[in-house]
Design a protein. Structure first.
Length: 247
C-alpha cells in the first residue's frame, strides 16, 4: 500500500474521531473546529493531530477555537504539535503527548525472525495479569494492553509472561497496537517478536495497523517492523485568557 493511501486512511480515521463532520484541510495548514465531543482528548481539552503536511485541531469551545485558530496562523503544520511552540503562543496548563503515529501497509511488514515462540492468550490470563501488575499502573495504562479486542500474543520465560502485544479494533478498519515488556526483560527484542505476531494477525483480518508511540524504544520497534511515521498527536488543556490577548 502506497504512502498516499496510508495518509488517506489515517486522515479518514482521525477526522471520524473528531466528533463533528470535518476533513483535513489543504497542505501546509491547520484547520480548527469546535468539537466538545472529540475522541482525541479528555473532555474540555484541545486535541491536535497532524497527518502528513496538514493538521486538524478540535477545541472544546468557541473561545478555545479562536485562541487556537489565532495561534495556528503563526505556526507551520509541524509546529502545531511542538509543545515549546504552543507554550510560547498559548496559555497551556497541561499536556498529554506528543506521540508519533505510525502506519503499515498490507505488504509492508518486516516480520521478526528468531527462535522465540509466541503463544496466544486471552486477556484475562493470570500470567498476563501478572505482567500488567509488574509493569505498574502508569506503564500498563500507557500500553493499552488491558483494552485490546484481539488475543494477546505473548512470550514466556519459564512460567512468567515477559512480553505481550495485541490490538484494539478502531473505526475505519484500524487495529490500534498495544505492546508491553516486563521491566527486567527489555532490550532483548521481545517487543518486536510479540508485536510482529499481533500485526500479522491484524493484517490477516484486513485491518490497518496503527502504532502510537511516545518513547524512543517503542518508535524504533515500529520502524523495525516496517511502519511509516505519518504524523503526531497531542492534547493540551488551555487556561482562560481574553480573546484579544496577543493580537
Amino acid at each position: 500500500m502506497a504512502d498516499e493511501l496510508l495518509l488517506m486512511r489515517a486522515r479518514e480515521l482521525w477526522a471520524g474521531l473528531a466528533g463533528v463532520p470535518v476533513e483535513f484541510g489543504p497542505s501546509g495548514g491547520a484547520k480548527v473546529v469546535v468539537a466538545p465531543g472529540s475522541l482525541w482528548c479528555p473532555p474540555s481539552w484541545t486535541g491536535i493531530v497532524r497527518i502528513g503536511d496538514t493538521a486538524l485541531v478540535t477545541a472544546p469551545s468557541v473561545q478555545a477555537a479562536r485562541m487556537m485558530d489565532d495561534a495556528t496562523q503563526k505556526m507551520t503544520h509541524e509546529e502545531v504539535v511542538d509543545i515549546a511552540r504552543l507554550r510560547a503562543l498559548l496559555p497551556v496548563l497541561d499536556v498529554l503527548g506528543p506521540a508519533s503515529l505510525f502506519y503499515l501497509g498490507r505488504d509492508g511488514l518486516l516480520p521478526a525472525r528468531g527462535g522465540t515462540e509466541v503463544e496466544q492468550l486471552p486477556i484475562g490470563d493470570r500470567g498476563l495479569a501478572a505482567l500488567l501488575a509488574l509493569a505498574g499502573e502508569e506503564e500498563a495504562g500507557e500500553s493499552g494492553l488491558e483494552d485490546i479486542s484481539s488475543p494477546a500474543f505473548c512470550l514466556r520465560r519459564g512460567d512468567e509472561v515477559v512480553a505481550a502485544a495485541g490490538y484494539r479494533s478502531w473505526p475505519q478498519s484500524v487495529a490500534h497496537l498495544s505492546v508491553l515488556v516486563s521491566p527486567h526483560c527489555r532490550g532483548r527484542r521481545l517487543a518486536r517478536a510479540v508485536a510482529s505476531a499481533a500485526v500479522t494477525h491484524a493484517l490477516g483480518v484486513g485491518l490497518l495497523p496503527q502504532w502510537r508511540a511516545r518513547p524512543g524504544p517503542s518508535q524504533r520497534v515500529a520502524v523495525a517492523l516496517g511502519f511509516h511515521e505519518l504524523g503526531a498527536q497531542l492534547s493540551v488543556r488551555l487556561g482562560d485568557v481574553p480573546l484579544d490577548q496577543g493580537r
